[in-house]
Design a protein. Structure first.
Length: 276
């Protein structure tokens, strides 16, 4: 059974050099946990050289972890602040050559994760041959389809994260987590060796006993640790619960254009713990 514990205790599974997988913004990003990881890196220097897998893209979370020096390798399809412009610390790291990038497409990332979920060493995928990605992804292999003639296909190595980290609306005391219609979170948890979840609240009873909610529940045996963190996705959204804080993202985009501005942002919103 997973442990319901403090956020600091839950995050002890995320260590130097681990493969950390996080979801897209609309699925439930654990932003308070991200701020806590940055605090650990700055005080103890034990959250660095992460291989961050952002499925299938990322915004503020990846940009902050990169800016704080936590990430060595990034595997994703895109990092952007959307309408607020490019992700500034990601852009600076790529320009400065301090970040190793494993570029991919959204379908490729999900296919590789599904291979990890199923315990397969690889997953075949069409639609990649002829793209520039094949020039830079030496770990992607092309073989002849053994069931066809003159039919090359790409094999993607499985993604098997050490830890999956996300935020969800609620869990119960049995460790079951309600993810609702965000079904890609279950794939993320299935493929990962450990899963750490922050939630808005702990529900009474057993979520799997509720015939309305059960279809959207991740069973507790996939979960390592749960921490209760209200507004844990802020300033990003938690679908059906609260929207993205556009004003805050605009402020971040303005400040984080420079290293000094990013440091000032962290002083106020990470170390100072100023939240909405």
């Amino acid at each position: 059974m997973p442990v319901i514990c403090s956020l600091d205790d839950a995050l002890t599974t995320i260590v130097d050099g681990c493969v950390l997988a996080v979801p897209r913004e609309q699925a439930g990003v654990a932003m308070e946990a991200t701020r806590a990881l940055i605090c650990r890196q700055m005080t103890h220097h034990n959250v660095k050289n992460l291989h961050l897998v952002a499925l299938p893209a990322s915004t503020l979370q990846a940009d902050m972890l990169i800016g704080a020096g936590c990430v060595d390798t990034l595997e994703t399809s895109a990092v952007s602040l959307g309408e607020f412009g490019p992700a500034p610390r990601f852009t600076a790291a790529m320009t400065g050559g301090t970040l190793r990038m494993k570029d991919a497409t959204c379908p490729a990332l999900y296919a590789a994760l599904e291979a990890g979920e199923k315990g397969n060493p690889f997953m075949p995928l069409r639609g990649l041959i002829g793209s520039d990605l094949m020039k830079i992804r030496s770990d992607w292999r092309v073989i002849d389809n053994p069931f066809g003639n003159d039919d090359p296909i790409v094999l993607l190595p499985a993604i098997r994260p050490d830890v999956a980290l996300f935020h969800a609306p609620m869990a119960d005391r049995h460790g079951n987590v309600w993810v609702g219609r965000q079904r890609d979170l279950t794939t993320l948890a299935h493929a990962s060796r450990k899963t750490v979840v922050t939630v808005e609240r702990i529900a009474d009873g057993n979520l799997l006993d509720d015939h309305v909610l059960a279809a959207g529940v991740l069973p507790g045996f996939y979960v390592e640790a749960i921490a209760v963190v209200e507004n844990g996705a802020w300033p990003l959204s938690l679908p059906d619960y609260y929207p993205v804080d556009d004003a805050h993202l605009a402020d971040y985009a303005r400040l984080a254009k420079t290293a000094d501005g990013f440091a000032r942002y962290c002083d106020e919103y990470v170390y100072g713990k100023k939240a909405a």
